[in-house]
Design a protein around this ligand. Structure first.
Ligand code: UDP
Ligand code: MG
Length: 321
């Protein structure tokens, strides 16, 4: 497929009726400096707040808007896949609608891509706009992920990035359901370039991620990219078995030499509880992996489109229509 000379901007939106207009206004300023045309693809991820009506309204004024409405809320990861599937540009930029991914960075990202990078990642050099709990849990997660997984996530990278057409095609070939896009992006490789920015506060209050959903997502990411948590138990189990063997031999020898003695309730309890806890824990871990295997084998689509409207790409600023 030969993509025409424009870039696709992919924006997942979930209950963002009020964020759309300010976002488009800021984006238009940046787009005036694009050296090539553009289309903007909004993926309406099952919003229930009038986002869709607002999108349809805005599209009347700007045909460069494409709308992909999913049949329900599939989550940001699936929405990104839906958006990249619909994107037809020579490259695509994924960004949030709440202006935490500043549109002003786009011309610089496009320039780096035109200089030869396949992926341009916008790093946030500072997360002070996020709440303390979010920063703490994020740094814990990234430290854990770095230890457990072979895939290296560039520190400070999120979904905000530009991808060349060949990267998009490669990304869309990865058809797993337990999606952790940041890991998948890193797994793909390609020639990377970086731009950095200080992540601003969201233009509207709050996050569209409920804390539990975010925690679930974090665990899924780890289980999808590391089998260490499930494999490490054979080593721990082996060490425990060897230890108990040695302990058993020592006990038998002691009983033979010194005779039977009754005390030992505490150590017995400790051993039973510890091993029981360990058993349950590992069983839970195995369950997590089997859960992912089950989800994958069902081969359900990653997202379902209810309705979509194609974009008519806008020419570069200054070009004659
Ligand atoms: N989003 C989405 N589906 C969801 C949750 C979020 O499409 O289920 C979109 C949301 O509309 C926004 C982007 O993903 O454009 C990032 O969401 P948010 O700003 O709430 O995330 P945070 O900044 O807290 O990471
Ligand atoms: Mg945000």
């Amino acid at each position: 497929m030969i993509a025409p000379d424009f870039i696709s901007i992919v924006v997942p939106v979930y209950n963002e009726a009020h964020a759309l207009k300010p976002f488009l206004a800021r984006l238009a300023e940046a787009a005036a400096r694009f050296p090539l045309g553009h289309e903007i693809i909004f993926v309406n991820d099952g919003s229930v707040d009038g986002t869709e009506a607002q999108l349809l309204e805005l599209r009347k004024e700007d045909q460069a808007l494409g709308i992909v409405s999913l049949s329900r809320n599939f989550g940001k990861e699936a929405a990104i896949v839906a958006g990249l599937t619909a994107a037809r540009g020579r490259a695509a930029i994924i960004m949030d609608v709440d202006l935490q991914d500043p549109p002003e960075l786009l011309p610089e990202m496009i320039a780096k891509w035109q200089e030869g990078a396949d992926v341009v990642i916008a790093l946030r050099s500072d997360r002070s706009s996020d709440s303390f709990s979010k920063r703490a849990s994020a740094s814990l997660f990234y430290a854990l992920f770095a230890r457990l997984s072979e895939v290296k996530l560039p520190p400070g990278s999120g979904d905000f990035r530009l991808m060349d057409r060949k990267v998009i095609e490669a990304f869309l070939k990865l058809d797993e359901r337990a999606r952790f896009n940041k890991g998948l992006f890193a797994w793909l490789g390609f020639r990377q370039a970086f731009v950095s920015h200080v992540r601003p506060r969201a233009a509207r209050p709050g996050s569209r991620w409920r804390p539990l959903k975010l925690i679930r997502y974090g665990f899924e990411g780890i289980f999808a990219f590391s089998s260490l948590p499930i494999r490490v138990w054979s080593v721990i189990g082996g060490a425990l078995a060897l230890g108990s063997l040695a302990y058993g031999i020592a006990m038998i020898a002691k009983t033979l030499v010194l005779g039977v003695d009754v005390p030992g309730y505490a150590s017995l309890m400790v051993a039973v509880l510890f091993l029981g806890g360990l058993n349950l824990f590992t069983l839970g871990l195995i369950g997590e992996y089997i859960g992912q295997v089950l989800t994958e084998t069902k081969h359900r689509p990653i997202f379902i489109v209810r309705e979509s409207l194609d974009a008519v790409p806008a020419p570069p600023a200054g070009a004659k229509p």
